[in-house]
Design a protein around this ligand. Sequence first.
Ligand code: 76R
Length: 250
Amino acid sequence: MSANEALLTLEGWFSYHDFRKIDWGKWKAASEEERTAAIDELQTLMNTWQDDESATDGSTSVYSVLGHKADLSFIFLRPTINELEALKTAFNKSRFADYTTTDYSYISVVELSNYVNNPGEDPKANPHVRERLYPVMPKWNHFCFYPMNKKRGEKENWYSMSMEERRDLMRVHGLTGRKYAGKIKQIIGGSVGYDDWEWGVTLFAHDPLDLKHIVYEMRFDEVSARFGEFGDFLVGNYVDTDSVKKMLQV
Ligand code: 76R
């Protein structure tokens, strides 16, 4: 194996998952006028994010999140990390942001690893590759997010395996994934150097059971069974400007 064979990854848009909690006590204590102005401003922001998507300058999704870990999830994909920072700052300057806290976020870059490329081809010239590196997120009803690592233990170390071994395991992983065509869309964000885990996994589904089924089925694939280590899972429901208003109206 050549030393840099392991380094061949393809990167696309940068990704920022911003998980916000709503301070419901403070929100309910605000005047109706203030709440209306805050919701209007949030809807305006969401429309500007949609304009970026229409101009293919990125993609944005908003989901309401179940459980105690967050209430809303904003997922931004953009060409540069400067744009991600500007989006974060613009949001923080909005009125609605004053009623939120952010205990968790995740930074990564959409990544394809080189296990399945066609030798000799310029991968970025391939429309299928481009579609995966610069993905417009589907407006599907449900999403889940979790970060993961591949083990670097004394006994099992993904990074000391040969390219052939890794490719074989990833091929099986890809075959499992393909069984969910049309049911699951996944975005893999590489986060080495950016965040606390090696990858952020974002899955979109029409049916929340498919989220459970794919993650469970993959646990039996050798690559996940032997090497997968997982962080917190978050799951939620798609919201647009109308449903976010409904969610926030008290
Ligand atoms: O077949 C292909 O075209 C691409 C093959 C492929 C790669 C290289 C692929 C396919 N993935 C790849 C890389 Mn994936 N993926 C995950 C998870 O919970 C778990 O156990 C794992 C979390 C899911 C659910 C998932 C889904 N994948 C990766 C990588 C980078 C690994 C590396 O570089 O070492 C990670 C961390 C990862 C994790 N994967 C697919 C899916 C699905 C649904 C597919 C099929 C996609 C398709 O054919 O459209």
